[in-house]
Design a protein around this ligand. Structure first.
Ligand SMILES: Nc1ncnc2c1ncn2[C@@H]1O[C@H](COP(=O)(O)OP(=O)(O)O)[C@@H](O)[C@H]1O
Ligand SMILES: [Mg+2]
Length: 255
C-alpha cells in the first residue's frame, strides 16, 4: 500500500502546483508507481504535467458529478510510471461553489484517495490555497504533507500564521506527518531572499524546514509554460535537481 502526499499552503502562487508536478515526476522517474491528482478547481496541473498534447481534459470534477468513470479520468503521461487525474471541467467554469459543495458533502474524494493508495506507491495531491473544506478533506485522508513557502519578504510577517496553519493541519488527522516546509523560489543573489531563509531557519524548528531549498529558475517557469515538469525538460537545472533531491528524501520516508 502506498501513501497520500498532500501539497498545501495558505497562499496561492507559492509553488504548490510546481512542487506537486515535479515531485510526482521525480518519483515516477525513480520507478515509483505514482498518481498525481489535482483537486484545485483552478486546475493548473493540466498545464505543467507533461500530458500528451490534445489529450482529454476531463478529471476529478467530472468523476465527482458522475459524468465520467474512474477509468476515463486517469490519464497517461510521457512518463511510464506517472498517471494524472486533472481537476477537469470545473477548471473552465467561472463558479466553483457547486464543486466545493460536492467535495465537502460526499465521500467521493476520500474513497478515491483510498483506492489510489491501494494501487500506487505514492499519490501526490495538489490543493487549492488555504485550509478550506477541499484541502481539509484531502488532509483527512493523507499520511504526508508538504508546505511550500515562497522566499519573499511577506513570509516574515506571515510566519506566525504559517505555524498556526501547521498546527491546524496536523490536528486534522493523527496519521498525518508534516514532512516539512519547503522554501521555494529562492533567489541566490537577492539579499531579501536570504533574509527570508535566515528568518525562517531561526524562527521555525529545524526539523520542520527542509534543508533542500528550491531556487527560482527561468527553466522552471519555461517548463511550466511548455507543459512539462522541469525535472523532465531541464534535468540539469538547479531547481530540477533540488526537486529530485527532495524526492529522494521523501521516497525513503514513503516506503
Ligand atoms: N522555482 C521556480 N522558479 C521559477 N518560477 C517558478 C518556480 N516555482 C514556481 N514558479 C512559477 O510561479 C508561479 C506560481 O507557481 P505555482 O506552482 O502555480 O504556485 P501555486 O500552485 O502555489 O499557486 C507559476 O507561474 C510558476 O511557473
Ligand atoms: Mg496551484
Amino acid at each position: 500500500m502506498g501513501a497520500v502526499l498532500a501539497v498545501v499552503s495558505q497562499k496561492g502562487g507559492v509553488g504548490k502546483t510546481t512542487t506537486a508536478v515535479n515531485l510526482a515526476a521525480a518519483f515516477a522517474r525513480r520507478g515509483m508507481k505514482t498518481l498525481l491528482i489535482d483537486v484545485d478547481p483552478q486546475g493548473s496541473v493540466r498545464y505543467g504535467s507533461g500530458l500528451a498534447r490534445g489529450h482529454e481534459t476531463a478529471g476529478f470534477a467530472d468523476y465527482l458529478n458522475g459524468d465520467r468513470s474512474l477509468r476515463e479520468i486517469i490519464l497517461p503521461t510521457a512518463l511510464p510510471w506517472l498517471r494524472v487525474i486533472l481537476a477537469g471541467s470545473v477548471a473552465d467554469a467561472s463558479d466553483h461553489v457547486g464543486y466545493a459543495g460536492m467535495v465537502r458533502e460526499t465521500n467521493v474524494l476520500q474513497e478515491l484517495l483510498y483506492m489510489a493508495e491501494q494501487r500506487c506507491q505514492v499519490v501526490v495531491v495538489d490543493t487549492p490555497p488555504g485550509l478550506g473544506s477541499i484541502t481539509k478533506k484531502v488532509l483527512g485522508a493523507a499520511e504526508h504533507v508538504i508546505v511550500p513557502l515562497q522566499c519573499e519578504p511577506l513570509a516574515l510577517q506571515t510566519t506566525p500564521q504559517i505555524l498556526r496553519m501547521i498546527q491546524d493541519i496536523v490536528s486534522v488527522n493523527e496519521r498525518l506527518t508534516l514532512d516539512g516546509i519547503l522554501l521555494t523560489m529562492y533567489e541566490p543573489n537577492n539579499p531579501a531572499s536570504d533574509r527570508v531563509v535566515d528568518y525562517v531557519r531561526r524562527h521555525l524548528p529545524a526539523n520542520i524546514v527542509f534543508d533542500v531549498v528550491i531556487p527560482r529558475s527561468v527553466a522552471t517557469a519555461d517548463a511550466f509554460a511548455a507543459g512539462q515538469p522541469v525535472v523532465v525538460r531541464s534535468p540539469a537545472d538547479a531547481a530540477a535537481q533540488a526537486y529530485v533531491n527532495l524526492a529522494t528524501i521523501l521516497a525513503d520516508r514513503l516506503v
